[in-house]
Design a protein around this ligand. Sequence first.
Ligand SMILES: [Zn+2]
Length: 98
Amino acid sequence: LDSVEDLEMIGPTVAPTDLLVRLFHEEQPRVYDAQPVKFGCTCSEDRVRQSLSIYSVKDIQKMTTDQGRVTADCQFCGAHYDLDPKTVGKDAPEVNGG
Ligand SMILES: [Zn+2]
């Protein structure tokens, strides 16, 4: 890399791919096709319910807000989930079908 001029590093005289090949041709570098990048999150209410399904009624009660709800925020996409405590946790009647 010491043989590279600063300007060559940022192009556009030498394309990044050419520079790579020029510097590391002995390693037979490969450049993969560009992939489109898009924002996405796989969180969902079902997943929140699933992660809460290990907790007992007591635990769920501790998580219940003064407004009587169990809330969860996705730390990745910021989605906010607001659930009825009666419907979450391992002992929730609606989870166990009764
Ligand atoms: Zn999310």
